[in-house]
Design a protein around this ligand. Structure first.
Ligand code: MCA
Ligand code: AMP
Length: 459
């Protein structure tokens, strides 16, 4: 699909960094071919996993495409993960090749442009495994097939009206669904130029809006843009579409952004296990606080207040974990998302809460169980409860409420004891308490803790 799109786009720029055209569509085939050939020379065979933890780069994107062409299974990892976390993923995925600190170096790969015969793959063959944390505290790999990725990309191309002349501001990381699939695939399928940013910087993004038409981001990006004095109707006059997802977009952010730009941000909803699931319409009403309608081909229903879905976008299960897969799957093939939702008579969906114990900060998922297990292992800790409370920039901020057996234990000692966790998962605040509130069943009342500390970050 990408090769066909690229052949139509011809000499159009593909990756642009600043004023620098890094690659044109005409060069894509041989550039990716060079990476694919290099991977094969290193011994990778179809079905092998290739694990990548690398700063965002054009080369990294080419490596992903090369992995698809060589029939490999791409396993991207958040760059913030520590060496201890990386070791877990290597043990679980058993990759043939590892591009990560202390392993292979992407910059040293001999990947000069070359012809490469694409390895044929069937629709159900795996294209990628994306790790997603679980309520048990252990990350598990969601197996995504070529058809999962392709079907979702094709649906979104039509749903969001990708069109000739579109230019995408690509500022998301490429180790998650949002940046790696939704944004990258959309642009590639459409033969669109990507203005490639290594990370999110509001000044740089605003400056690029004059030559772009589409932007995708997590709510934090829109919060930061809306607070920027440069966000005006003039600044966005070339823009066609702003998409938000990965976490709830506050109605206040939606309203603020519309007042300043005239644009109604299009909010959509998705998950690692299923790519994009629901979206507000392109032409119809984009209603804040809702995520629109199930995408064409996606079936959605609500059982006991929780959203369940089925469709060609739905993953093939958790890597080497059939028990967990079975737990989340209904006998009729519907997947239990763990998101609490309502569905209006016209089918419009609103996400109203979470049945799973999950925090989303700046679009990154954090499972309290994993943090609690780490804190509980620190000497001097009695027990802990990790919660998310409103945060003005990140949406939610991580807070730990901790009881101690050693009265001298302080915040710094707790943080030092959990240094093996990626920084973004570590609590912004550690609060000490005499005891944790429990209900009659002995279960920690997290709702009470969240209510007690809801103003901690002044959101
Ligand atoms: C960075 N920090 C964070 C986060 N990011 N803390 C909590 N949550 C975060 N998301 C911490 C760093 O550890 C550091 O801490 C400090 O903030 C500054 O780091 P820096 O990297 O400079 O921060 P930033 O550049 O401002 O990054 C924030 C960000 C970024 C722009 C919101 O996290 C981001 O781009 N997030 C997008 C993630 C994403 O792609 N999500 C989609 C997942 P210290 O200073 O203490 O060391 S896909 C998904 O969810 C589904 C499928 C879907 O629907 O899309
Ligand atoms: P991940 O595990 O990173 O794929 O994150 C998926 C989760 O992000 C979903 O199960 C939701 O809880 C949340 N999410 C994604 N998009 C939205 C949205 N537009 N509104 C509310 N929650 C969202």
């Amino acid at each position: 699909m990408f090769e066909r799109a690229a052949s139509l786009a011809g000499g159009a720029p593909l990756f642009v960094e600043g004023d620098n055209v890094r690659l044109t569509y005409a060069e894509l085939d041989r550039a990716v071919g060079g990476y694919a050939a290099a991977l094969v020379r290193l011994g990778a065979e179809p079905g092998d996993r290739i694990l990548v933890q690398a700063e965002k780069s054009v080369e990294g994107a080419l490596l992903y495409l090369a992995s698809l062409r060589a029939g490999l299974i791409y396993v991207p990892l958040n760059t913030a993960y520590t060496a201890a976390e990386l070791a877990y993923f290597i043990g679980d995925a058993e990759p043939k090749l590892v591009f990560a600190p202390g392993h292979l170096d992407l910059a040293e790969l001999d990947a000069r442009p070359a012809d490469f015969e694409t390895v044929a793959r069937g629709p159900d063959d795996l294209a990628a495994i994306l790790y997603t944390s679980g309520t048990t505290g252990r990350s598990r790999g969601a197996m995504l097939s070529h058809d999962n990725l392709a079907s979702n990309a094709l649906v979104l191309r039509d749903y969001w009206r990708w069109q000739a002349g579109d230019v995408l501001i690509h500022t998301l990381p490429i180790y998650h669904v949002h940046g790696l699939f939704v944004a990258l695939h959309g642009a590639l399928l459409n033969g669109s130029t990507m203005l490639w940013h290594k990370g999110f910087d509001a000044d740089a993004v605003l400056a690029d809006m004059a030559r772009a038409t589409v932007m995708m981001g997590v709510p934090t990006y829109y919060v930061r843009l809306a607070a920027h004095p440069g966000l005006t109707r003039d600044a966005v006059s070339n823009m066609r579409l702003f998409v938000s997802g990965s976490a709830p977009l506050l109605e206040a952010t939606f309203a603020d952004f519309e007042a300043k730009t005239g644009h109604r941000i299009l909010e959509r909803y998705g998950m690692t296990e299923a790519g994009m699931i629901c979206s507000n319409p392109y032409e119809g009403e984009r209603i804040p606080g809702t995520v629109g309608f199930p995408l064409p081909g996606v079936e959605a229903r609500i059982r006991e207040e929780v959203l369940e879905i089925r469709g060609p976008n739905l993953f093939k299960g958790y890597w080497r974990n059939p028990e967990k897969t079975a737990e989340d799957m209904r006998p009729d093939g519907f997947f239990v998302t763990g998101d609490m939702a309502t569905m209006a008579a016209d089918g419009r969906v609103a996400i109203v809460g979470r049945a799973k114990d999950l925090i989303i900060a700046g679009g990154l998922n954090i499972y309290p169980k994993e943090i609690e297990l780490a804190i509980d292992a620190v000497p001097g800790v009695g027990e802990s409860a990790v919660i998310g409370v409103p945060h003005p920039d990140l949406g939610e901020g991580v807070v730990a409420v901790v009881t101690r057996t050693d009265p001298a234990l302080d915040e710094a000692a707790v943080l030092a004891g959990i240094a093996d966790l990626a920084r973004f998962k570590q609590p912004r605040r550690i609060l000490f308490a005499e005891a944790l509130p429990r209900n009659a069943m002995g279960k920690v009342q997290k709702a009470a803790l969240r209510a007690a500390h809801k103003n901690l970050f002044g959101a």
